[in-house]
Design a protein around this ligand. Structure first.
Ligand code: MEV
Length: 327
């Protein structure tokens, strides 16, 4: 039996634009997905998943990947999670050269599904590491990141960048621009996260931005401007200038909103954070619902989020320097 874990992430800057080759800066956070795998005597895949949301309900999903789960939770979300487990196992089988390997898989995650915190990337990264080790093969972090990207790419039908998976594999703050992915230095970042209890459909949201970009030249310019914000943000990060980072996060949120990927509850949480004195706030990830990230070293934003209509959870998250690891 082998267990591996990998962190979730927030986007300091650059989601969506990264799909079109602009740079992005995701940062790993101290919430992890743990995947335990045990080789079976046959070639079947049994998946059991727990705590797939912040409110800690248990999802019992023991059976084949196409079985209907008996759970009180959106089956779309659970099915999506199972798709990622399936894709991770396929990558592990291929990497280890054991195409018929079957596994019992247990997923435990403190990262809400589809909410912009990189839950799928963390599950895929941890799943590939655990399953390859179970088959006696140890992959480099770079290969885990690459295979995890390919798994997400397959599940999301080609609508994925390397950002989420690379960040989850390596941990810390990273810079991603096309195929070029690397770790960057970052000061302590006082992240506060607001979660509306919902989720967005990444594939649909990415497709929506693509349509806008193809239809309106100013939408294409908006995507490029997000790239400019990221480049400016990298300088602020290197200087440890939280006030400037906050201003740029606010700007980035405005542009994401213009690209149609914010929502009423995300906007409400962003404004609650700003009103509470945060340096800045923006949605994180694909949007449509899910999480915002704010920068605030005081308790004010966390408290304000708890009283914001539509916000289910407000919590602090540390930058996690550690990526995928064996447990
Ligand atoms: C989703 O977490 C981030 C997007 O930029 C898509 C991607 O980079 O794969 C929206």
């Amino acid at each position: 039996m082998t267990t591996a874990s990998a962190p979730g992430k927030v986007y300091l800057f650059g989601e969506h634009a990264v799909v079109y080759g602009e740079p992005a800066v995701p940062c790993a956070i101290s919430r992890r997905a743990r995947v335990t795998v045990e080789r079976r005597g046959d070639s079947r895949l049994h998946v059991h998943a727990e705590d797939l949301s912040l409110d800690g309900f248990t999802v019992e999903y023991s059976g084949e990947a196409d079985a209907t789960p008996d759970v009180d939770v959106s089956t779309d979300l659970v099915e999506a999670a199972m798709g990622y487990v399936d894709a991770a196992v396929s990558q592990a089988r291929e990497a280890a050269g054991v195409p018929e390997a079957g596994f019992d898989v247990t997923v435990e995650s403190a990262i809400p599904l589809g909410a912009g915190l990189g839950s799928s990337a963390a599950v895929v990264v941890a799943g590939i590491d655990a399953a390859t080790r179970e088959l006696g093969v140890e992959l480099s972090t770079t290969e885990i990141a690459d295979r995890a990207y390919r798994a997400e790419y397959d599940v999301q039908e080609g609508q994925a960048s390397r950002a989420d998976t690379f960040c989850s594999a390596t941990g810390g703050a990273v810079r991603v621009e096309g195929e070029d992915c690397r770790a960057i230095d970052a000061p302590d970042l006082p992240f506060v996260i607001g979660f509306d209890g919902g989720a967005g459909n990444t594939g649909e949201l990415v497709a929506g931005v693509r349509e806008l970009r193809e239809h309106y030249s100013f939408a294409a310019n908006t995507v490029e401007t997000v790239g400019d914000i990221v480049r400016q943000g990298e300088r602020a990060l290197a200087a440890g200038d939280l006030a400037e980072l906050g201003t740029l996060m606010d700007f980035n949120h405005g542009l994401l909103s213009a690209l149609g990927v914010s929502s009423r509850s995300l906007d409400r949480m962003v404004w609650a954070a700003r009103d509470a004195g945060a340096h800045g706030a923006k949605l994180t990830g694909a949007g449509g619902g899910g999480c915002i990230v704010a920068l605030d070293e005081t308790e004010e934003t966390e408290t304000a989020l708890r009283f914001t209509p539509g916000c289910e959870e407000g919590f602090r998250a540390e930058l996690d320097a550690e990526g995928v690891r064996v447990e």
